[in-house]
Design a protein around this ligand. Structure first.
Ligand code: NI
Length: 205
């Protein structure tokens, strides 16, 4: 297994529609194993194949304590009204914003062995943000990033700071898409940006 380089916003693979997988081979199974390792190394809740430069309809995600892979995923049911919650993305690291998503979805697809699978995903105490995550990852496969759906005034940098009691906290600072792109392009990130080390190295290299 290997940790794969994560593509950062601005990379054209992230805005391309990924293609369906018609045969699941050893190559797809290796990709999935590597994607799971990469997601865990970056402490992510989900990772889509385009984020590691592979334009195929595959993603991995966490649902509570479980980790699953889905190939050619499709949302077959959306339930409940849409709720607004905080979201981030490993391809737009150090940033969060609010996005409206369905709180419960049913998603189907195939697992890494080619077996048809179906998952009920819900944002709740047991599953975490599984429903939001599935919607976010399927958007990746369609070349859509959450930042395009976010409420613009909620777009924020995450900065690690020390509060008055000496506690380490993460504070939000309002930003814009233009400022985020310019900061990544400069290859110099704020020293206290809240970002996994593997992603900081990737941007600053
Ligand atoms: Ni993402």
């Amino acid at each position: 297994m290997a940790i794969l380089p994560i593509r950062i916003w601005g990379d054209p693979v992230l805005t391309r529609r990924a293609v369906a997988v018609d045969r699941i081979t050893g190559a797809e199974r290796k990709l999935i194993a590597d994607m799971i390792e990469t997601m865990q190394a970056a402490d992510g809740a989900g990772l889509a194949a385009p984020q590691v430069g592979v334009s195929k309809r595959i993603f991995v995600f966490r649902r509570g304590e479980e980790t699953h892979a889905l190939i050619n995923p499709r949302i077959v049911r959306r339930a409940g009204e849409r709720k607004t919650g905080n979201e981030g993305c490993l391809s737009i690291p150090g940033v969060q914003a609010k996005v409206a998503r369905h709180a419960r979805v049913v998603v189907t697809g195939r697992d890494e062995k080619g077996k048809p699978v179906e998952f009920e995903c819900e944002d709740n105490d047991e599953q975490g943000r599984a429903a939001t995550c599935v919607q976010h990852e399927i958007d990746h496969l369609d070349g859509v990033l959450y930042i395009d759906k976010a409420l613009p005034e909620t777009l924020s940098w995450l900065l690690e700071e020390t509060d008055d009691d000496g506690e380490e906290v993460v504070n939000l600072y309002e930003t814009t898409p233009e400022e985020i792109r310019a900061t990544y392009n400069s290859r110099r990130l704020p020293a206290n940006l809240h970002i996994p080390d593997v992603l900081r190295e990737r941007i600053e290299k």
